[in-house]
Design a protein around this ligand. Structure first.
Ligand code: PSU
Ligand code: MN
Length: 322
C-alpha cells in the first residue's frame, strides 16, 4: 500500500529501554528496585568522585535489600541498570562529549551516539516505563533564584519539578539543591500537586546542610511511615510523583555560613560569566566545590549515598508493608 496515509508505529519509550540483567530478574521476581540517575555522574561531580559515588550509591541500595538500577543513555538505547564497566565508561567519558538528557532533550539524546546522563526528569520517565516506583538522586532541581523576578527574569525552572507533577515515582533527595530558591521550589511543588515530606525533621534539608530554613509541608518519623504515605499516594492514582527529603549525616554537612557564602559568591560569578540554561547547575556546583576547597564534594557524595540507602529501605518497605 502506498504509504502517505500510513502512520508510523509509535516508538514507545519502553521499546528504547534495555534492562540490565539483575534488574530484569528483579522485575520478573517482583523484588524491590531503586532507580539511580546519572547526570550527577556526568555533570554533577568530577572524576573520580563521580565513580566512587555511583558505586557507593549502588552498594547502599543493595545493603538495604533492594536492587540498584543506574540509568543512562548510550548509542540510542536507554539503559536501565548499568554494569560495572559501563558505569566506569560513563564516569570517565570526556567532559563535553556527554549530553544531559531531560524530558525536553530525551529525543535528541536518543538520536545521537555516545553517552548521555539522565536527569531526574528523564530517569523518572524511564522508571515509570518499566514499573519502578522508587528513585534516588542528590538534590532535585527547582526554581532558580531570581528566575521569576527582577528586570530580566530567566524563567529557569528545572524540568525536575514538572516531572514530579506528572510522573508517579517517589523521589528521594536531600532537598532541592541549595543554589536554588528553596522556598519557591517547595511552593511550586505544592501548586503542582506534589506531596513533599521530610524524614525526621520539620524543615526541608538544605542539600549541603541539614536544614534550609524552609518548613517542610509534612514530616514523618521514619522510612516506614514515608512508605505508608507513598503507598497511599501511588494507590490513589493521582499521576504525580512524591518527594521524600532526607537530611545528610551531620559529620559531612557543610557549616551553614560556609555554604551560604560559597553559594552567593558562585551565583554572582555565574552572572558575571553569563552562564545560562542547562549549564547553570553543573557550573554552580563546580564553582561551589572550588570555593569550599572540595568540602561541598564530600557533602554531595555523602548525601547521595545516604539518599540511596534511604531509597533502598523505602523500596523494601513499599514491597513488604502491603
Ligand atoms: N543531584 C546532585 N547533583 C546533580 C543533580 C542532582 O547532587 O548534578 C542533577 C540531577 O540530574 C537533576 C539536575 O535533575 O541536577 C538538575 O539540573 P537542572 O537544574 O539543569 O534542571
Ligand atoms: Mn534549567
Amino acid at each position: 500500500m502506498s504509504g502517505w496515509l500510513t502512520l508510523r508505529d509509535r516508538q514507545a519509550l519502553r521499546d528504547r529501554i534495555v534492562l540490565g540483567e539483575e534488574v530484569a530478574d528483579a522485575l520478573a521476581g517482583g523484588r524491590p528496585i531503586v532507580a539511580l540517575e546519572s547526570t550527577l555522574i556526568t555533570h554533577g561531580l568530577p572524576y573520580p568522585d563521580n565513580l566512587e559515588v555511583a558505586t557507593g550509591a549502588e552498594s547502599a541500595v543493595r545493603k538495604s535489600g533492594a536492587v540498584a538500577a543506574t540509568v543512562a543513555i548510550h548509542n540510542g538505547e536507554l539503559l536501565f541498570g548499568l554494569g560495572g564497566d559501563q558505569l566506569e565508561e560513563l564516569a570517565t567519558a570526556a567532559a563535553g562529549t556527554i549530553a544531559k538528557a531531560s524530558r525536553s532533550t530525551l529525543a535528541a539524546a536518543l538520536s545521537t551516539s555516545g553517552w548521555a546522563g539522565t536527569t531526574v526528569s528523564a530517569t523518572m520517565m524511564a522508571a515509570r516505563a518499566v514499573g519502578v516506583q522508587v528513585f534516588a538522586t542528590g538534590g532535585i532541581g527547582g526554581v532558580h533564584r531570581g528566575s521569576l523576578g527582577g528586570p530580566t527574569p530567566s524563567f529557569d525552572i528545572s524540568s525536575d519539578v514538572e516531572e514530579l507533577a506528572r510522573t508517579p515515582v517517589v523521589v528521594v533527595c536531600a532537598g532541592p539543591k541549595a543554589i536554588l530558591d528553596v522556598r519557591a521550589t517547595i511552593e511550586y511543588l505544592e501548586t503542582r500537586g506534589v506531596p513533599v515530606l521530610t524524614i525526621g525533621s520539620g524543615e526541608i534539608p538544605g542539600f549541603f546542610t541539614r536544614s534550609s530554613g524552609v518548613a517542610s509541608p509534612a514530616t514523618v518519623p521514619d522510612v516506614r511511615a514515608a512508605a505508608r504515605l507513598a503507598r497511599m499516594h501511588l494507590d490513589l492514582g493521582l499521576d504525580a510523583g512524591m518527594l521524600v527529603c532526607v537530611p545528610l549525616p551531620e559529620a559531612d554537612a557543610l557549616a551553614p555560613e560556609k555554604a551560604r557564602d560559597a553559594i552567593n559568591r558562585a551565583l554572582d560569578d555565574a552572572e558575571i560569566h553569563g552562564v545560562s540554561g542547562s549549564a547553570t547547575t553543573p557550573w554552580l556546583l563546580a564553582r561551589v566545590a572550588e570555593l569550599t576547597g572540595g568540602d561541598s564534594i564530600r557533602a554531595n557524595k555523602t548525601l547521595i549515598v545516604n539518599n540511596a540507602r534511604g531509597a533502598g529501605e523505602l523500596a523494601v518497605a513499599l514491597a513488604t508493608d502491603r
